[in-house]
Ligand binder design. Structure first.
Ligand SMILES: C[S@@+](CC[C@H](N)C(=O)[O-])C[C@H]1O[C@@H](n2cnc3c(N)ncnc32)[C@H](O)[C@@H]1O
Length: 590
């Protein structure tokens, strides 16, 4: 089998030969020896750009879905027995949309029901579909599912699966939930299923069944809201601000981490703004309003404003209130929540910030709009009075003053590079290989596609800031979980690096460009004082002369070294900004 990238950046098969034997080692199928190079290429892209491994390693997610699917099938069986619906009472039909590795289909196949189960599953992304086939084959061979259960797998989009006829479905299962809830098109899948009248039996169920959406009003720093409001952060999903002024969810983050590092400040508690029942509520495309009032938490001398909302969702998986998943922050009691890269909180920046007063509650209206594949928010002062206008003017004046001061400051800015060596043992847990017991199922075959060495260097020993924001986020998240920062950062040093190019004084540009060229590489010899073990390099640029205790609050970059070093003395070789990828930082034991 041969693959190439299509114009949408999707891998597609251009030559298929899907005989199972050829897939095995030595064959020329997708997973065979002859396709090894292609497979590695796809694996690298998937491992670096998606959150698949993190998602499949999320035990809480897997267990709750398993429970909800089993509960639903058991109650469907009970109800269908009671009602004995026309002619089809000896079997149940399940449709798994976006089956991926086949996990949810396998959960359904293992449910303790007497009836025969016909499970139809579809996956539109070919490499993942092929993995799903292999995983299901393994689990059938190993008799992890009863022989009477059949799983029919289709490499198709859900709307193209036509074998399921009208009124036939008993259970629709799917996990198309992304951090922003609707971005993967769950509502579009439901719309299609209802339009085709697949779900007309009295007892039909849908997993996930219900969702609640809540928000917190925020003051976010400009580094968090570093978004082109016209184009959106990625430019892929349309404008961040809709033509009628609604803000779409745009910036994924770990709320706890940002709050702890002082980059966002919550102005309100979490407020529930929307509730949706996927089984009965077909009135999508509506807007709901909630009224609240807010006061600044700062003293009256400080300027305060709401410039963003952060969104959290909570899912009731089978609609019975027994299996929940959510993206709440620690403040909501999610203390034991493991690091999750695949489900984070998402921020929507507001087009016009709302000024707040420390002495007076400002009445606000939060409008939440639900569209086919996105959620959007608008926050307005309920009654714009004189005071608000005055405050607005004060904010503008304040901003002007701050802008002037910033210009002044950058003229004298000296940038320094701070480097630290860190030992972060459990760092890659969310990308750990899948085992033979993921809720009792064998998912090891998925590793061939999903698990690869996540950071690779072009030259031996060099590492670079791959996964910058993710690593930073994960570090930040862990900082927010523990006070024991010292166990992460074992040693640090600082080296003056280069002046800020924009802040140069006249005539200095040449000097620093010269420096750049001369010092293509900086050698820094360090003595940690005692024997340490390090597997990551943490670095940040700062104008601050003493960053020793600022790792928590500064945005840092983290690079994983391709080996773990233990020793006392090290040499760090740092290349300049223009170094080629993979040549950024190298640590050697002396
Ligand atoms: C978040 S993954 C979930 C995989 C798996 N169900 C699980 O829970 O482990 C969603 C998968 O659905 C697929 N997908 C999304 N929309 C789809 C559609 N309309 N039809 C078929 N597959 C779809 C994506 O390609 C992706 O592989």
């Amino acid at each position: 089998m041969q693959f190439c990238l299509d114009k949408h950046g999707e891998w597609v098969a251009i030559l298929t030969n899907s005989d199972n034997k050829e897939d095995e080692e030595g064959g020329d199928g997708f997973f065979g020896k002859k396709n090894e190079k292609h497979l590695k290429k796809i694996a690298k892209i998937l491992a670096e750009t998606t959150t698949w491994l993190d998602m499949l390693n999320d035990t809480q997610r897997n267990v709750q879905f398993q429970r909800a699917i089993e509960n639903s099938l058991e109650s469907i069986e009970l109800e269908s027995k009671k009602n004995s619906e026309s002619g089809n009472s000896d079997y149940l039909n399940v449709f798994d949309v976006g089956s991926g590795t086949g996990l949810l289909s396998l959960f359904a196949a293992r449910a303790a029901v007497e009836k025969t189960l016909h499970i139809y599953s579809c996956e539109m992304y070919l490499p993942v579909f092929l993995v799903g086939e292999r995983v299901v084959r393994d689990n059938v061979r190993e008799k992890r599912i009863p022989e009477t259960r059949s799983i029919k797998m289709f490499h198709k989009r859900s709307e193209d699966v036509s074998v399921i006829g009208k009124h036939e479905l008993d259970l629709l299962i799917s996990e198309l939930l992304d951090s922003s809830l609707l971005g993967e098109g769950w509502l579009l899948v439901l719309k299609d299923a209802f339009q085709r009248e697949l779900l007309r039996k009295n007892h039909f169920r849908i997993v996930p069944s219900k969702a609640k959406i809540s928000v917190q009003l925020l003051t976010a720093s400009s580094s968090v809201l570093d978004v082109d409001l016209k184009k959106g952060r990625s430019g892929l999903f349309g404008d961040t601000i809709t033509s009628d002024g609604y803000s779409r969810l745009d910036v994924q983050c770990h709320f706890d981490s940002l709050e702890k590092r002082g980059r966002i400040r919550a102005i309100s508690k979490r407020i529930q703004v929307f509730e949706i029942d996927f089984t009965s509520d077909k009135n999508w495309g509506r807007t709901e309003s909630v009224h609240v009032s807010c006061k600044s938490g700062l003293s009256s001398l400080d300027i305060d404003e709401i410039n963003a909302v952060v969104m959290f969702w909570e899912i009731d998986l089978d609609g019975t209130g027994t299996s929940f998943l959510n993206t709440f922050s620690r403040a909501d009691g999610n203390n034991n929540q493991n690091y999750r890269r695949h489900w984070r909180q998402v921020i929507a920046p507001l087009e016009s910030p709302i000024p707040l007063s420390a002495t007076k509650e400002i009445p606000l209206r939060i409008d939440t709009r639900i569209a086919d594949d996105y959620l959007a928010f608008d926050v307005k002062v309920s009654s714009e009075g004189d005071n608000t206008m005055k405050l607005k003017k004060r904010i503008e004046r304040h901003k002007e003053i701050v802008a002037k001061a910033t210009i002044q400051k950058t003229l004298t800015k000296q940038m320094r590079l701070y480097i630290a060596l860190a030992n972060i043992p459990e760092f890659w847990s969310s990308r750990a290989p899948l085992g033979v017991d993921v809720c009792g199922l064998n998912l090891t075959k998925a590793n061939a596609l999903l698990c690869t060495k996540s950071v690779e260097s072009n030259r031996e020993g060099y590492c670079y800031q791959s996964f910058k924001s993710d690593l930073l986020d994960e570090l930040g998240h862990r900082y927010s979980m523990t006070e024991e920062e010292t166990s992460m950062i074992l040693w640090e040093t600082c080296v003056p690096f280069v002046n800020d190019v924009d802040g140069k004084e006249k005539g200095e540009e040449e000097v620093f460009e010269e420096e750049f060229k001369k010092k293509k590489k900086f050698h820094i010899d360090v003595d940690a004082g005692c024997e340490i073990t390090a597997n990551h390099v943490v670095f940040l640029f700062s104008e601050n002369h003493n960053c020793a205790n600022k790792w928590r609050t500064q945005p840092v970059s983290v690079a994983r070294m391709d080996r773990q070093l233990t020793g006392k003395k090290f040499r760090i070789i740092a290349s300049n900004f223009h170094a080629e990828e993979g040549e950024c930082i190298r640590v050697l034991k002396k």
